[in-house]
Design a protein around this ligand. Sequence first.
Ligand SMILES: *Cc1c(COP(=O)(O)O)cnc(C)c1O
Length: 384
Amino acid sequence: MRDTKHQETQFTSVAHDPMDSRHHGSISIPIYQTSLFAFDNHDDFDQAMVNVLDHHVYSRGNNPTVLYLEQKLAELEEGEVAKCFASGMAAISSAIMSVIRGGDHIICTHQVYGPTREFLGSYLERFNIETTFVDGTSMEEWKAAVRPNTKLIYLESPTSAYFQLQDLQALVELAHSVGAITICDGSWATACNQKPLKLGVDMVVHSITKYIAGHSDCLGGVVIGNKLHIDRLSQNEYMLFGGIMTPQSAALVIRGLRTLPLRMQRHEESGLIIAKHLLKQAFVTKVNHPGLISHPQHELALRQMLGFSSLFSFESDEPVQKLREWANRLRYFKIGVSWGGFESLITVKAIEDSSLQGHHTLVRIYVGMESPEDLIRDMNEAWQ
Ligand SMILES: *Cc1c(COP(=O)(O)O)cnc(C)c1O
């Protein structure tokens, strides 16, 4: 039986949602699906408005679900503060913009992720910012590229086509000796397998879309570093470009994060099994995986990394068409971009640029969660 008071309370509870800071004991943080946070008292509101990043005022500032993820990611990376973005590229472009201004010079490995290369090499030219791309494996080239106006050494280790490393400690030393900042894209390794901040790198960026989210169902990016760097970036590029992570995406990422260390262990094992299998195949001329003894920087990998992931490539002298047809016949490997989810992926392309790595067919393999034995059988059966 309903009493009137109970009915009134029902109306009120629909219109008014009192926040329970204990979330009723909810074991997962709720999705705070809200654009703004309201105040009962104008003095509290005025006080919050002084620093909207430290108070819940507006979700293009902070949101409790996203904030929870940021704290987890900072902890995992062993950094002070993390800021999440709508995508890896939103994080990368914001991090870069936060440390440079017109007239500055940047040095970067020429193997860097394509859109990052485009941002540095073409887009930033509009603002009179020049980037020199170097062979990331050659300390001599990095040193020779330094200019009086070099403000940023942008790193991505390992890279995601040929899986080349950069000597992070040596490059941090070089950057700091000339007053430049370092940013490192660590998407391949994740914080489970590499901790660039501990090697002295100033800011780490990740495409959360890949391993961290881990289920191919959302996009995201993160920048992690000390409070000074991240506060400046949050007040400027984060707030002004507005490329924020939504609370729904944050909830998916938080869910993915719970199994990240477990998944990375599995990826490392399976990736190495498949890479070693390919190494023995007659149609494979070279396997690019930093976890293999045959990788020219394997020693450096053991020194600066804690483990390996499961994205790698192999080179072949077989015609590109033959490998494309092989890829078409694979049952478990799907043809597609990105990586880091449950499903194995493959892409095949012809490399014609002799200045890069010569003429060959490059096959990129992402080893997902399937059984490596099934994947090997799939590869063998599809090869005709
Ligand atoms: C995918 C990727 C990015 C960009 O991330 P998005 O989430 O797609 O914007 C950056 N760096 C690397 C190494 C990547 O693989």
